[in-house]
Ligand binder design. Structure first.
Ligand SMILES: Cc1ncc(COP(=O)(O)O)c(C=O)c1O
Length: 389
């Protein structure tokens, strides 16, 4: 693990030797940064830390991280399962409310543990459980329902469709144990992406009661509790927030193994999105930098997940040689589709405007940015990806 050189500087170093080394639009990922962020988060938590493949399923990146993230990987599809299952040494957890029988059987065949979301999945599993050795299962709790019922929290978070309400989960645990075919390892509760600061402490408060009640229903101690996490992209594992959280974790019952699960906090900072300016233009006083990639390759930069987050500032990383100094009016960076929302960010005034042919980078695009786009719009090609190690 090295990861000490900022990613954009590493990319600039590559372009200095060969300005055409990277074909745009593309993502550039640094496996060392992801590894470093993973290790920092895990040591701040002092629990196991599972990695959510969904945040970045780039094969070459996963291959490099499989030897670092050894506690477990969370997969939500057959493709993600295939990505991780080739390496038999890491524990795998398959988790999706829409898991088909096919995915469930494939996950069992690959030695994964199932995170069961609803009674229908339990029925499916029990139908074929007599044919296979099934690892002890995890049961997924619906967080809003659990908080409202067990913590009496009137400010319970937005409702969602994941997991089971607590009485259903207890019923299903009993049903599984009665089958004599499968046992229950524990439960999984996920407060939602970016929920760490807002909600994770409230979740911890109901965990001891959940452990007690589930253990009494299944008549054996739980072996694993997955506390989710909802760690934001810019998590600061050394902050006081994590210190307080560790103190709260230390008060939980000692016996189950505790785990957290993260995607964006590990991958977010390890990737940059790169586009090349193909034209500049002005309409009235507004300058635009039109690029060879946009919303079709990086949907999230358009503010699609959080319209209030504000525009990202572009970094001009590869300038074509020119005798004239660049103008510095700044302007809006737009993409290559015909959507009026295809806006990637801004070039700040005073930083030197890019010219056609120059390369622009956006930092912190390592998680979800590459996979969120609706591929196929205008038949535009997906972005390429490069993995630095
Ligand atoms: C069950 C579960 N675990 C973990 C994650 C990863 O979330 P994040 O990337 O915000 O850490 C998700 C995201 O959708 C999820 O649904």
């Amino acid at each position: 693990v090295q990861g000490t050189v900022p990613l954009v500087e590493r990319i600039e170093g590559i372009l200095k030797d060969n300005p055409d080394a990277l074909r745009t639009p593309c993502f550039v990922y640094d496996a060392a940064i992801a590894a470093e962020r993973f290790l920092a988060l895990r040591s701040a938590l002092e629990t196991k830390l599972f990695l959510s493949v969904k945040a970045n399923p780039t094969v070459d990146l996963s291959l490099r991280l499989l030897t670092v993230a050894t506690d477990g990987w969370e997969v939500a599809s057959l493709k993600e399962l295939n990505l991780v299952a080739a390496n038999k040494t890491v524990p795998i957890f398959a988790n999706n409310p829409a898991m088909t029988t096919h995915l469930m059987r494939a996950a069992v065949g690959a030695g994964a543990q199932l995170v069961l979301d609803h009674p229908g999945q339990i029925a499916t599993l029990l139908d074929f459980a007599h044919q296979r050795a099934i690892k002890p299962v995890m049961l997924r709790v619906n967080r809003a329902s659990a908080l409202a019922k067990l913590a009496g929290d009137g400010r319970a978070p937005r409702r969602d469709h994941f997991g089971m309400d607590w009485p259903t989960l207890i019923d299903q645990a009993t049903r599984i144990m009665r089958s004599g075919l499968v046992t229950v390892a524990g439960f999984h509760i996920f407060g939602g992406s970016n929920s760490f600061a807002r909600q994770q402490s409230a979740l911890l408060q109901i965990v001891p009661q959940m452990i007690r009640e589930l253990e009494s229903a299944i008549a054996h101690p739980l072996s694993l509790v997955n506390l989710g996490g909802g760690f934001p992209e810019k998590s600061e594992p050394s902050s006081a927030l994590f210190e307080e959280y560790r103190a709260a974790l230390a008060k939980l019952p000692a016996h189950p193994v505790y785990a957290h699960e993260s995607g964006r906090a590990v991958f977010g900072g390890c990737g940059a999105f790169l586009v090349r300016v193909v034209a500049t233009k002005s309409i009235d006083d507004q300058q635009y930098f039109v690029c060879d990639g946009g919303i079709g390759q990086d949907f999230l930069l358009g503010g699609t997940e959080n319209p209030l987050a504000g525009r990202r500032t572009a970094r001009i990383i590869g300038r074509r040689a020119s005798d004239e100094p660049p103008r510095s009016r700044g302007g809006i960076v737009v993409g290559n589709s015909c959507s009026q929302d295809d806006v990637l960010g801004i070039v700040a005034a005073g930083t030197g405007d890019p010219r056609p042919g120059d390369l622009i980078a956006f930092d912190d695009c390592g998680a979800y940015h590459g996979t969120y786009p609706n591929h196929g719009f205008l038949g535009l090609e997906s972005a390429g990806s490069y993995v630095l190690s």
